[in-house]
Design a protein around this ligand. Structure first.
Ligand code: SF4
Length: 253
């Protein structure tokens, strides 16, 4: 059997176990027959018009609530909770230091991120690194970076509400295990999810919010800055605000 298929099925079964379904009934097939059947089954082609995924089990937050960072990453890598699992090359879980004081949350992987499995790569990623460096932060040591969605929406379309809802327990637990001192929401979808309020990014930026008691600054996505350089002045002001929040966390420590 193709080792890739076997690995994917094993990861799926492990994920179901973690979600509280230890007794899997494979319609009368034994394990060998089930694996053989899985290897022969073509992947389902799913588009944005596909039916919404099943509702999140009420206990999902509790299930992922027990996971540490590496277990959470493994659960995300095996996740098939929404339609985006069908078209992905890689689950884009995170980059940077899981013990960082600053956590950056973007929107969703793009084509390069999907190809590499890393968030914020390519031109926008380099700009984000420069923005962080301008306030003395480095992706490798002092920042943890992830996205609201871990899988790429096809054609880089906007995330759909049910996809965000499906993925949210992973991000919530990710924030809990990283336990940052400061959060940075990058782009409108991340900003809205973290702030918990609708509205254009221009109305959400420029103030310090709170996510579960963690200070939160929101700003423009670097891809938006590349498209519209006139926003750079506002993004720079947001970085200065971020500096003040980090300084405040320093003096409180
Ligand atoms: S986007 Fe999130 S919920 Fe959907 S399959 Fe990927 S990891 Fe799972």
């Amino acid at each position: 059997m193709n080792p890739e298929v076997r690995g994917a099925l094993a990861a799926y079964l492990e994920q179901r176990r973690r979600l509280g379904e230890p007794d899997l009934v494979l319609h009368g097939l034994d394990r060998r027959q089930a694996l053989a059947r899985a290897a022969q089954t073509p992947r389902r082609i799913v588009s944005a018009d596909s039916p919404a995924p099943a509702a999140i089990p009420a206990d999902l937050a509790q299930v992922v609530g027990d996971l540490d960072h590496d277990q959470l990453r493994d659960a995300a890598l095996a996740c098939t909770r929404c339609r985006l699992s069908d078209g992905r090359q890689h689950v884009v879980f995170a980059d940077g230091n899981p013990e960082a004081r600053v956590m950056v949350v973007g929107e969703a992987p793009g084509a390069r991120e999907d190809a590499t499995g890393l968030p914020f790569v390519g031109q926008a990623g380099r700009l984000l690194d420069l923005m962080l460096a301008s306030v003395g932060l480095s992706r490798r040591e002092s920042v943890y970076i992830c996205n609201v969605l871990k899988c790429r929406p096809p054609g880089n379309r906007d995330p759909l509400p049910d996809e965000i809802e499906s993925c949210a327990p992973l991000l919530k637990r990710q924030i809990e295990v990283v336990d940052p001192e400061v959060l940075v929401g990058v782009g409108s979808f991340a900003a809205r999810w973290l702030v918990g309020r609708k509205g254009p990014l221009g109305k959400l930026r420029g103030e310090v919010h709170s996510y579960q008691g963690v200070p939160l600054v929101v700003t423009y996505h670097p891809a938006a800055l590349l498209r519209n350089p006139s926003l750079s002045r506002l993004a720079w002001a947001d970085l200065q605000l971020l500096c003040q929040v980090i300084d405040g966390a320093d003096s409180a420590a």
